[in-house]
Ligand binder design. Structure first.
Ligand SMILES: C[S@@+](CC[C@H](N)C(=O)[O-])C[C@H]1O[C@@H](n2cnc3c(N)ncnc32)[C@H](O)[C@@H]1O
Length: 481
């Protein structure tokens, strides 16, 4: 029988290690987990067990008893459909080798479902290579994933044709065939551990679903930062629907895709539905020396486009390195400096180069202290720097200067939500919706914060719903359907 003091200490230790919130660790579950570990070690009481918990691996084994490992093939099937129909065409337009991570993979069904989806997609989109890694805190679950044989319950959502094509019966079980099994490797890894190993970086797609349900706010935030760092620019993060708003922390763009939301690193414009991956536009190589207004094109042709226009276009197509290159080439024309600094700040923000983004913003504000857009960008930088209170000040300043600008209202709502100020957050989401309702429909071009109106509208509704007790919203005006 554990004392209250013991339970509190254990809860805090497990929470700090795994992210599981102390409140989610019920008395009975904790008692049982400790009892099982004491039995394994042949120990009588907690006093003798404490020193073991400081040793490598024991805390992991204790935590394993307390995590939920429920999973099955093609869980939340629409994610796999969106991956195949919407996300892969986008990514394959840029490269033909993809890296995927099933983070918190439990016994491996999610990782193998990814492998089956990509093998099917190869028939659709032509040859491409991919690697999939599945990781979990729980070494026993990872062992089962490596063994790769599953009972019928795990396969309950696998469509019959896929079951026949990709599984072989082995006694009462079904095992993925070698092309599926060999496509995935597994590792034991704590998502909240100290490091992000190099083989878990540069990811194009991360599935981290149903992992944070029992996490507290701080752990969710740490995990979100970790996953954002692991993604490649333009890469996608899928979380379970119930976890979406917990992951909406401003680091990644929330992108509505058909009937679901996904996160995307950097660019935020929703991808148009495409039948074929279109070729990506190629830039001519940069000139050796800056040209005053235009420049030599790839074939020696003179490109008369002014550099600021080229930078704007590069921003539209989310080629951030090109934006910065073009901005570096700008002639010393004072009239272009202000917009150039705002564009630079927005670009550096997308690249999470926050200090440089702030410096560009400050230059713009020194020149024009009353520009709402500059205060808005500074607010977004502050948010990403984790300075919520300072972000509120900057965003309020932007609203004061331009009360009908919807973006500062939206990000103020998001910041209030982060701060737990529910009433204020709701008010600002409602303000954003009111402004959107009055605005004529806009083309979905990328603005400096990368959110188009439709996306903003859906995010406000979703967040209001999550904040609860909100009356059903009025429909959008005639300008949008
Ligand atoms: C409910 S399962 C989800 C499996 C799969 N992603 C799905 O959606 O079906 C949650 C998994 O997250 C793992 N997990 C929880 N905290 C973790 C952490 N800090 N690091 C790595 N894995 C963790 C658990 O061990 C468990 O296997």
């Amino acid at each position: 029988m554990l004392s209250d003091h013991d339970r509190a200490r254990l809860r805090n230790l497990i929470a700090a290690y795994s992210g599981l919130s102390p409140a989610s660790l019920g008395d009975e579950a904790l008692e049982q987990a400790v009892a099982q570990r004491l039995a394994v070690h042949g120990l009588e009481g907690l006093d003798a067990y404490w020193p073991l918990l400081q040793q490598d691996g024991e805390l992991n084994r204790l935590a394993q008893h307390l995590t939920n490992k429920e999973t099955y093939f093609f869980r939340e099937e629409r994610h796999f459909r969106l991956l195949r129909e919407r996300v892969l065409p986008d990514l394959l337009a840029g490269r033909r080798t993809l890296r995927l991570w099933s983070a918190g993979c439990a016994t491996g069904e999610e990782a193998y479902s990814l492998a089956i989806t990509l093998l099917e997609a190869q028939a659709q989109y032509g040859p491409f290579a991919f690697t999939i890694i599945g990781t979990d805190l729980d070494a026993a679950a990872v062992d089962r994933a490596r063994r790769a044989c599953y009972g019928p319950r795990s396969l309950r959502r696998v469509p019959e044709p896929l079951r026949e094509k990709y599984f072989r019966a082995k006694g009462p079980d079904f095992c993925p065939i070698p092309p599926v099994k060999d496509a995935v490797r597994f590792a034991v890894h704590n998502l909240l551990g100290d490091d992000l190993p190099p083989d878990l970086t540069g990811m194009d797609i991360i599935f981290c679903r149903n992992v944070t349900i029992y996490f507290d706010e701080a752990a969710r935030d740490r995990l979100n930062a970790r996953l954002a760092a692991a993604l490649r620019e333009g890469g996608y993060l899928f979380v379970a629907s119930a976890e979406t708003m917990g992951h909406n922390r401003g680091r990644l763009a929330l992108v509505p895709l058909d009937d679901a939301f996904v996160f995307r690193k950097g660019p935020t414009a929703p991808r148009p539905r495409r039948a074929e991956p279109p070729p990506r536009p190629r830039l001519p190589p940069p000139p050796l020396r800056p040209a005053p207004a235009g420049r030599q094109g790839a074939g020696g042709a003179f490109d008369p486009t002014p550099p600021l226009d080229r930078a704007r276009r590069a921003f539209q197509r989310e080629d951030y390195d090109a934006v910065l290159r073009e901005l570096d080439r700008l002639p010393p024309d004072p009239s272009a400096r202000q917009e150039a600094d705002l564009l630079r700040a927005a670009t550096l923000l997308q690249q999470t180069r926050l200090e440089e983004a702030e410096a560009a913003c400050r230059r713009a504000l020194d020149r024009e202290p009353w520009q709402a857009e500059a205060h808005l960008l500074l607010g977004l930088i502050r948010r990403q720097q984790g300075q919520a209170e300072a972000a509120v000040q900057s965003l309020k300043q932007a609203i004061y200067l331009q009360p009908t600008h919807h973006h500062p209202h939206f990000f103020l709502a998001e910041t209030y939500r982060d701060l737990g100020a529910v009433r204020e957050a709701r008010r600002e989401y409602e303000n954003t919706l009111n402004i959107l309702r009055r605005r004529p429909a806009q083309p979905p071009t990328r603005n400096l914060v990368g959110l188009d109106d439709e996306m903003l509208h859906r995010a406000c509704l979703l967040n209001l719903e999550r904040l609860g007790n909100w009356p059903p919203p009025a429909p959008l005006g005639r300008s949008r359907t």
